[in-house]
Structure formats: C-alpha cells, structure tokens
Write a protein that binds this ligand. Structure first.
Ligand code: ADP
Length: 791
C-alpha cells in the first residue's frame, strides 16, 4: 500500500481491495503504479511483482501489442473508456481470458495524467461464447448437411405437429408435391386432404402414443393414377416436451416401381402355378412324367409323376445308374444305348423299354446344346403298359381270328369231303335201285342205310360240336343210377365185342355210390364214343372200362374213368392232334374203320363241360388208354331219377294203333310220304295238310288225338299253328317235328305249352314213343296189354 498515491483515501483503498475485479493504476507508459489485491487473485502474480512492467510477465506475448494499442487509445482520450480483452498465463489455472476497462484521468492538483481501470477474469463467459459460436457453426453445418441429404432423397419429408398441421416440407423435387408448398404449409391434413385424414390419423396417433415409427402403404388418391406410396410417421421430438412443441416427421416414399414389380412377380407366380397345375394334370391324365438330366453334374430332376411311374418315393433321389438297375434285363442296354446316342450325336431319342418286370415305358428326350456341347437332356416318360397290353391282346385276337377263319375254311373243305362220301353212296345205290339192275337187293338196301346213317351221324356230330363251341350246351343234371347207365352202354357193345372176340370188361369201384347227380345223356355220349373207338381199333385182346372212386364224402364223389384197350395204338405224332376235329390217323391199320373224326373232339369238349380234361396214353401195337376224372354231387333228397326209356319193339305195334286219329302237317312231299309210310306201319292213316291253312280247315271238321306239325313251313309256320291248336283244340296233342336241333329252337318251343319234339330224320322207335304215350292217355291201348303181347 505504500506505493499508493498519498492522496488516496484509506477507505477507498479498502474498498478497491475488496472489489471482485482487479483494480489498477498505470502511468501513460503502461507501468503499473497500483494493483489491487484482486489482481493478484486473477493473475496469480503478487502485487509487488506486478508493479512497473512486472505485470507484463503474465501476459500471453501475442496479446501485448493489443494491450499497447488499447492503452494508447485510452491515453489519447478519444474514448472515455477503452475495453479490450487479453490472455494471461496463470501459474495454476493456465490460460485465462481477461477483460480490461481503462480510462485516462487527470489530477486536479498537479495536472498529472494517469490511466485507471479494472480487470475481470471473463474466462467462463469467453468459453461459453466460444462454445455457442461452435454450436452455431455446427448447426449451420448440420443444416447444410441435412439440406443436401434431403436433396439426395427421393422421398418427401414433411414436418407436422401434434395437431396434424404441416409445419415444413423438404423434397428433392418440389414438383412432386400434391399442391404448391404455400397451399398446405400451416394447414392441417384434414383441411388439405379431407379424404386421407382417416388414413393418416391412426398411424399418427399411434406414433405419438408409443413413440415408435409407424408405416403404411397406400395408392394415389386419384384412382386413375397408378402410383403407390409408403408413409412413415416418426416422432422427432421427445414425448416429455409440451404437446404443442412435439413434432413428427412424415416421410412419403414413391414405391410404385416396387409395387409394380411385386404385382408382376405375383402374376408370374400365378401363371407359373397355373402352368404347373395344368402340366401336373396332363401328366396324370396321360400317365407321363417329365425329367431333366444334367450331363455335367449328373443331377437328375424328375417330376412327381415320373417318380410315380418308376415307383420311387416323392423325396427319393435317383441317379443314372439306378435307372439302369430298374430296367429289366436287356432293356438296361437299350436304355443306355439310346441315351448315349442322344449325347454323342446331339439327336433326340424315342424308345420303348421295360422296368420292374411289368411296366412298359416310352421315353422321349431332346438334347440341350450349349457351345456345341450337350449340357442337358430333357424329356418325358410315358407309362404305356395298358397300350402294350391292348396291342398284345389285339394281336392275339387277330391271330386267333385268322386261325379261326383258317379253321373254318379247313372245316368246310373237310366237311364237304366227308359229306360227299356217304352221299355218293346214297345217290349211287339209289340209282342202281331205280335201274333195278341188282342181284342182291338186301345188300344194296343195307349199304344205303349204312351210308344214310353215317351221313346222319356226321351231321349230328357237327351240330353237337357247333352247339358246344357256341356255348349252347348246358348240362342237365338229374339223379342217375350210374351202374344201370354203364350196364346199358356196355350192353349195346356186347354183340360187337363178341363178334370180334374181344373181352369187354367193366370194373366199378364198390366205393362209388349207386346214385349220383349227372347229365346221363352226356355221360352216355362220352363213354359211348370212347368204348366204341376202343372196340373199333382193337382186333384182339380186351377192352376194359374202369370206374374208380378217387374221393367220396356225403356230398360229392370224384370218379376216375379209364377206358383201356389192347388195340392198334395211336402213333406219337398224333397224340397232340387226335382231339382236333376231323383228325384221323392215316395208317393202314385204321383205314378200314369208318368214322366222322369228330368223336374225340366232342368227347374232349363234353369232359371240359364237366370242368375236367381227358388224357391219353398209347403205344403202337399195344393199345391205348383214355382217362378222365369227374366230380359228381350226390343226391341229398328224393330227386326224380332219370328213367331210362323203355325200348319197345317196333314190331309189337305193327298195325296195332289204327284207332289213333292223326293229323300230319308237312310241306315237303318226300318227308310227308316217308311219315305217311311210317304211320301206316302202325296201322295209322293220317290226314295230311301241306301248310298251316290246310291244317286249320281239316281241324275245323275233324277231331285228332295227335298232330305232327313241321316247324318250318311257308305261310303260317309250325309255331303259329301249334299256338292256335293249343288254344282252340286243347284235346289234340301236338308233336313238333324239326331237323333244327339247336338250343334256341327248343327255348322258343318251350313257350308253346303242350308239345313234344320229334327230331328229323324220324326213326320208327321214336315215333312209336309218342304214339304210345297218346294212345295210353286216351285209353286206346293199355301199355300192359301191349307188352303182354310181346313174344
Ligand atoms: P373216328 O370217328 O374217326 O373214330 P374220333 O375222333 O373218335 O374219330 O377218333 C379220331 C381218330 O383217333 C380215329 O380216326 C383213330 O385213328 C384214332 N383213335 C381214336 N380212338 C382210338 C383207339 N382207341 N385206338 C386207336 N386209335 C384211336
């Protein structure tokens, strides 16, 4: 304090020392004359050291000129107070910013001048100011950056407040705005776009409520404009700010091209799906599957249908080698060859192969060529098993039809030859008889009857065969006494066997029940054929007919029939064909025997009708054995026994039936003449009508016991006439005579009620059966009395 001006009041000094700023007094050269205590606090420089030029030691040297200039300005007194800033180097706090206010004062007494002023540490203010400046500069920078960023965006960015009012807008291209900027800034969404208020309202509310960004997409409000937008609402100020200060950013992005791409993708997908579905259906329908073979990687792509065709699982994979393994032997080679050829020659392939022992497949494939190399094979495989089966069946049917046609031709040529032979005899002998140039009348008649019988047998056999072939024969099953049946059959052959000095031996297993259910007519036919052949082709030794029970229970018996002879035998080359129609062994030993060559064919078929088959063993010169097994049902209750018809001696009734009144309706004069003569044998003189109308007029005036009506007549045929007679003359017994013995004729005739059928050519024995039946019914003759008269 001792260096303080003596005139300065003690109190004032105290105040200056206590002031929050440094007080000083300088001479006009800048030497400190006084510094207050606070100066020491501000600068860290002691008062004593500061005096004179001492205070310069804390100044930052670059600022000394600034201070010198300011002191000069204050000294000139142009300004009342000069304020300036400078920096000091505080020994503890480092660089500090100070502000100095200085002014020139004059001592009134000695007119001396000095500078007084005060210094403040303004470091905090200065730093705040600098930070503010920096912040402002950063803000400017940010704004520039934001503006350029927005300018680079395709989007429109809108700032809105919580009232949904547009505050600001940024966009790269302002022409993108729906309206000129001035027309919507400051207005609410509802005011500018009343239609879209509802669209924006919910997401904005949600963004305000949750603080989370909200997104949504929409189409241009003008339905004619095909543009799509994506809007995003984001809170840009904190939710704890007052509501009126909160802001939201509404970003609108044009997503038309993305939506268009999505739509196009969707359409492509739908198209692909549709194509796939159609392809799948056509694959299923045509049983065809597609495939692709990558030659480079060996990868195999198969559609599901292909997997189905090859019978592998949907998720299974397969390689080329696997396919070859699936192929049936031989087809693996064919498959491989075709594929290799396609690859080497770059040619398509089309071939058929078989897999899994049963499936026929057709493969068609095309090579995909890139840079002159086959990179892939693409194609389809079709399951053609059914087609192959049909083709095979058609081929078989064609072959069969051709065979049948050939057989028919052969049959006709053989037939005409066979028929001509007896016919030749009949015509020849008849002519001889006519010429009356014969020595031995009886021998001619015998030959004539033989030829006629042979012709009849031939025709009957052919008809029989035709009936069996056309499924017109059904077994008529009845209770049959098998022993009696066999007895009657062998009885017929006894005299022949005796005459040839052959033993005809029958053996019946005692285990066979006496009565069985069978078709007596057909069993008779089978045994007749075989026994008659055995006798025919045996000149010495024996013929054995053996019936052996193979199995028997209460309901069924299976019988083995064996017909064995010691005859000429059948050559081996004939063993296969002997059962064919018209097959006769061409050898001298059998030439002398006559036959139709149909017997074995009929026999074989009749045995097949019994669900069995015939076998044959034969040794030339030693004999032949035929064998077959048939299962018969056994009678369970009292069934009607198929009564053997009593064979009457025709002679017994010669001229005995004259009381029968008979109507004969026959259009063929020769047949009519034969019938008249046959009836005359029994003493009957019939009334003859040559057609239906004539018959009706005769019926009108006469009563008849019996009417023989020919089936085939011109005008009113036999069937119509029979129906009429049945209706109007019920007392007349109708016998239809016909040469037609096919099954359907019988069915037709069964519709006419009272009838018998007399097959042509009529033999006296058969005729007699019908005459006796009626004679007995009408009590014209009693059976007993007639039989009594038998010799
Ligand atoms: P056919 O009317 O000629 O006897 P089949 O069809 O009954 O006709 O027999 C065909 C041929 O089989 C006969 O012509 C005959 O050559 C031969 N045959 C049939 N049975 C015998 C048999 N038991 N012994 C030798 N040959 C037989």
């Amino acid at each position: 304090m001792k260096n303080f001006d003596q005139t300065t009041d003690q109190n004032l000094q105290e105040i200056l020392h206590a002031a929050p700023f440094g007080f000083f007094k300088l001479d006009l050269d800048g030497n400190a004359l006084f510094v207050s205590k606070s100066w020491e606090d501000i600068t860290g420089l002691e008062v004593g050291v500061s005096l004179g030029k001492g205070w310069h030691s804390v100044l930052v040297p670059e600022d000394i000129p600034v201070i010198a200039t300011a002191i000069r300005a204050a000294t000139t007194g142009q300004k009342q107070t000069v304020a300036f800033g400078f920096r000091i180097h505080h020994p503890q706090s480092g660089i500090r910013f100070c502000r100095m206010d200085v002014r020139l004062i004059q001592n009134e007494q000695d007119r001396s001048q000095c500078l007084i002023g005060y210094v403040q540490d303004v470091t905090d203010d200065h730093l705040t100011h600098i930070k503010l400046k920096e912040a402002e500069s950063r803000q400017r920078e940010m704004n520039t950056y934001l503006t350029s960023l927005i300018a680079s965006l395709e989007d429109i960015v809108l700032e809105i407040d919580t009232e949904r009012r547009f505050i600001n807008v940024w966009a790269k291209d302002e022409t993108l705005f729906f309206l000129p900027k001035e027309k919507f800034i400051g207005k609410t969404i509802a005011e500018v776009f009343p239609h879209m208020e509802s669209l924006f309202s919910a997401p904005i509310t949600a963004a305000i409520r949750t603080g989370e960004p909200q997104e949504f997409e929409y189409k241009h409000i003008d339905p004619t404009i095909d543009k799509w937008f994506k809007a995003k609402v984001t809170m840009v100020s904190k939710t704890n700010q007052p509501t009126e200060q909160q802001r939201l950013a509404l970003t609108i992005q044009d997503i038309t091209s993305r939506i268009k791409q999505e739509q196009a993708l969707k359409q492509t997908k739908a198209l692909l799906e549709r194509t796939n579905q159609i392809l799948e259906s056509s694959q299923k329908l045509s049983n065809t599957g597609g495939w692709e073979f990558d030659v480079l990687t060996g990868e195999m792509f198969w559609t599901n249908q292909t997997k189905l065709i090859f019978e592998i699982g949907e998720n299974d994979t397969i390689n080329y080698q696997d396919i070859l393994t699936l192929c049936d032997p031989g087809y693996d080679y064919i498959f491989d060859q075709h594929i290799r050829r396609s690859l080497e020659k770059k040619e398509p392939h089309d071939f058929i192969f078989r897999i899994r022992d049963k499936k026929w497949l057709r493969s068609i494939g095309f090579p995909v060529v890139e840079n002159n190399c086959v990179v892939k094979l693409r194609g389809a495989t079709m399951d053609i098993t059914e087609q192959m089966k049909t083709t095979q069946a058609l081929l078989e049917a064609k072959n069969k039809a051709e065979e049948a046609a050939q057989a028919k031709t052969d049959f006709l040529s053989v037939m005409s030859h066979e028929i001509r032979t007896p016919l030749n005899g009949i015509i020849g002998i008849s002519n001889l008889l006519k010429m009356n140039r014969f020595q031995d009348h009886q021998a001619y008649v015998d030959n004539l009857i033989f030829s006629a019988d042979h012709l009849l047998q031939l025709i009957n056999d052919i008809l029989d065969l035709t009936k069996i072939d056309s499924d017109h024969v059904e077994l008529v099953q009845n209770e049959v006494n098998l022993f009696e049946l066999l007895q009657r059959i062998t009885n017929q052959f006894n005299s022949l066997a005796e005459s040839k000095n052959i033993d005809l031996i029958t053996f019946v297993d005692p285990g066979i029940p006496e009565k069985i259910i069978a078709d007596a007519v057909r069993i008779n036919q089978i045994l007749n054929n075989l026994i008659s052949n055995a006798l025919k082709y045996t000149d010495a030794g024996k013929v054995t007919v053996a019936l052996q029970a193979l199995s028997c229970d209460a309901h069924k018996v299976t019988i083995r029939f064996t017909i064995k002879d010691t005859g000429i035998g059948i050559p081996e080359e004939y063993h296969e064909v002997i059962f064919d129609s018209f097959k006769q062994v061409q050898q001298p030993a059998s030439r002398k025997h006559t036959g139709t060559g149909l017997g074995l064919a009929i026999t074989k078929k009749l045995i097949e009708l019994h669900n069995s088959h015939i076998s044959m063993e034969s040794t030339m010169g030693k004999g032949t054995t035929f064998r077959f097994d048939i299962a018969f049902d056994l009678p369970q209750s009292n069934m009607a026994i198929d009564q053997p018809s009593i064979s009457y001696s025709v002679d017994t009734y010669a001229n005995k039936l004259g009381d029968l009144r008979v109507l004969l309706v026959e259009d063929n004069p020769i047949n009519a003449m034969v019938a008249q003569k046959q009836l005359a044998y029994f003493g009957i003189v019939p009334d003859c009508a040559y057609d239906g109308l004539e018959a009706l007029s005769l019926l009108k005036n006469n009563a008849y016991h019996i009417a023989f009506i020919d089936l085939h007549m011109p005008g009113m045929d036999g069937q119509a006439l029979s129906e009429f007679v049945h209706k109007h003359y019920p007392d007349t017994h109708i016998v239809i005579s016909t040469a037609d013995i096919m099954g359907d004729v019988r069915v037709r005739l069964s519709e006419i009620h009272a009838y018998d059928i007399l097959n042509k050519p009529v033999v006296l024995e058969k005729l007699l059966v019908f005459l006796l039946k009626v004679a007995e019914q009408r009590s014209i003759i009693s059976m007993e009395s007639a039989l009594d008269e038998q010799p």
